[in-house]
Ligand binder design. Structure first.
Ligand SMILES: C[S@@+](CC[C@H](N)C(=O)[O-])C[C@H]1O[C@@H](n2cnc3c(N)ncnc32)[C@H](O)[C@@H]1O
Length: 490
């Protein structure tokens, strides 16, 4: 049975958990040992004096420290465990855990990378705050969220890359989202059903919303302020629909709410210069996963089935894809036309990077496991004037059987799902040896694991990690979109 502890939490901006100390070679909790002076004082039990203290990160890693290597899953539990270990320090504190379901009053010391509030009681206990597992950070100012997310990326590199800190570049600032609320173009609330027999006529309406934090049941959510207006309206209509038609559901269900945009260009500007054309967008909500939705990234139009993957924060995509395009330029070709170079788009979805960043490349090859997404990528490329791109359906590593681009003129953008890349893909990538790698991820822990693994392999030792940072794709939540840019050392 789970231990349930409730903590009192002041949610005003005057009380914010301290951020983790970034001035140290490795990240440590600033608050964990405030009584310790930096000069000459020993930390109880660690046996290290001030001199050794400065060098402690250089010492040989123990088996348990090196454990989260390539096989790490980057799961919530694994990430939380690393934070709790850092918080408690070594040697481990011991003590008696509070009785089950007892209430203890604790001050939250800091936020963990998973968005959990962390507090130390006399026995070193972690606690949760926030009930909905969706957007836990609504009580925190935007700047604080950005600083916290930068530290999340840094701790991910520290805890999951297995790299010496000297080979990790300083973490870049996390780029803010233009919209802090009303940004999410897709929501998937759900409800549970009876174990058997379906909903009977007159049955009580189940909770419809998102998973309760740390539990396997649903928290009723009437409105979700991070959704766009059209998605929020769609949510209200769908809630009403479920209530009125409950007896038609045989079991629980997940509702799809996805924004689509109909753009109309003003007649008087038609035929004029593209960048001066004015337009009006009408946004509505689609609930059928097979229906096609249209999304604009700046002046680029994407059409894909509502149920297929597309980045959820449209407001940041123009800035983000411009950044990725810049990173894909091969440094050795600086100042020269990149029209001689090639692009591989691994995990390409419906072609976001091939299409927004692909102009000017001599050839483009994309791969995705979803045939539906590949079909969209092909159509979207043609519609947007990209005629030198090929897209194949398959596991990401299938691309290597097909590619004949010269490695020294090739850039690869890698944007895997949360679980990261397979070892097979990464080892074949190293065999190809492309000049430039831009790794994008919504799970910075598996990104750290994969980047760390790549640069420690024989063939990977020729790569430098040039940049690491993030974009705030998911304001008000603990999630952050990370990037890592690597290039071949000269
Ligand atoms: C985070 S999405 C990125 C999509 C695209 N780059 C974008 O930004 O719109 C990850 C993509 O990886 C695809 N995917 C998942 N597992 C894969 C695999 N083993 N091989 C190739 N693609 C995979 C999914 O279908 C999804 O489109």
């Amino acid at each position: 049975m789970r231990r349930s502890i409730s903590a009192s939490l002041r949610t005003s901006y005057s009380y914010l958990p301290k951020l983790w100390d970034t001035s140290y070679p490795t990240y440590r909790p600033l608050w964990a040992d405030t009584s310790r002076k930096m000069s000459g004082t020993k930390r109880p039990g660690d046996g290290l004096g001030a001199k050794a203290e400065g060098e402690r990160w250089k010492r040989k890693k123990t088996a348990s420290e090196t454990e989260p290597s390539f096989r790490s899953t980057g799961s919530h539990e694994e990430v939380l465990l690393q934070d709790v270990k850092l918080l408690l320090g070594e040697p481990k504190r011991s003590g008696i855990a509070p009785e089950q379901f007892s209430q203890v009053e604790l001050s939250i010391s800091a936020l963990g990378s998973t968005g959990d509030g962390l507090a130390i009681s006399h026995d070193g206990t972690r606690v949760y705050f926030g009930r909905c597992s969706g957007c836990q950070f609504q009580m925190l100012p935007g700047d604080y969220q950005l600083q916290h997310k930068k530290i999340v990326i840094a701790k991910a590199m520290q805890n999951f890359s297995n790299l010496d800190p000297s080979s990790i570049p300083p973490i870049g600032e996390v780029m803010p989202s233009p919209l802090l609320r009303g940004y999410r173009t897709k929501l998937t609330p759900h409800f549970d059903g009876p174990r058997r027999g379906g909903f009977k006529e007159g049955a009580p309406v189940p909770d419809i919303g998102f998973q309760l934090k740390g539990r396997s049941f649903v928290l009723d959510i009437e409105d979700c302020p991070i959704g766009t207006d059209s998605v929020r309206n769609g949510f209200k209509s769908q809630r009403t629909y479920v209530k009125e038609n409950l007896h038609t559901f045989k079991r629980g269900a997940t509702l799809l709410l996805r924004e689509t945009t109909e753009r109309t260009f003003s007649p008087e500007t038609n035929g004029g210069c593209e960048s001066t054309q004015t337009f009006t967008d009408i946004k509505t909500c689609i609930t059928n996963s097979k229906a096609l939705v249209t999304e604009w990234v700046g002046r680029t139009k994407f059409i894909s089935p509502a149920g297929s993957f597309f980045q959820n924060n449209n407001s940041i995509l123009e800035k983000f894809t411009a950044f990725v395009q810049e990173q894909l330029m091969i440094p050795k070709l600086a100042g020269r036309d990149h029209a001689e170079s090639y692009l591989i788009d691994a995990y390409c979805g419906s072609g976001l990077f091939s299409i927004c960043c692909g102009h000017g490349f001599k050839g483009i090859l994309g791969v995705d496991i979803s045939s539906q997404s590949i079909e969209s990528a092909r159509k979207n490329a043609t519609e947007n004037g990209i005629h030198n791109a090929r897209f194949i359906t398959g596991n990401a590593e299938a691309i290597f059987a097909d590619v004949d681009f010269p490695p020294e003129l090739t850039s690869v953008v890698i944007d895997p799902p949360r679980k990261g890349c397979d070892e097979l893909f990464l080892s074949q990538l190293l065999k190809l040896g492309p000049e430039r790698l831009v790794y994008i991820s919504c799970n910075v822990h598996t990104m750290a694991r994969d980047i760390g693994w790549l640069v420690q392999q024989g063939l990977g030792k020729t790569y430098n990690i040039d940049k690491i940072g993030g974009f705030d794709f998911f304001p008000q939540t603990h999630h952050v979109e990370g990037y890592a840019v690597l290039s071949k050392s000269s």
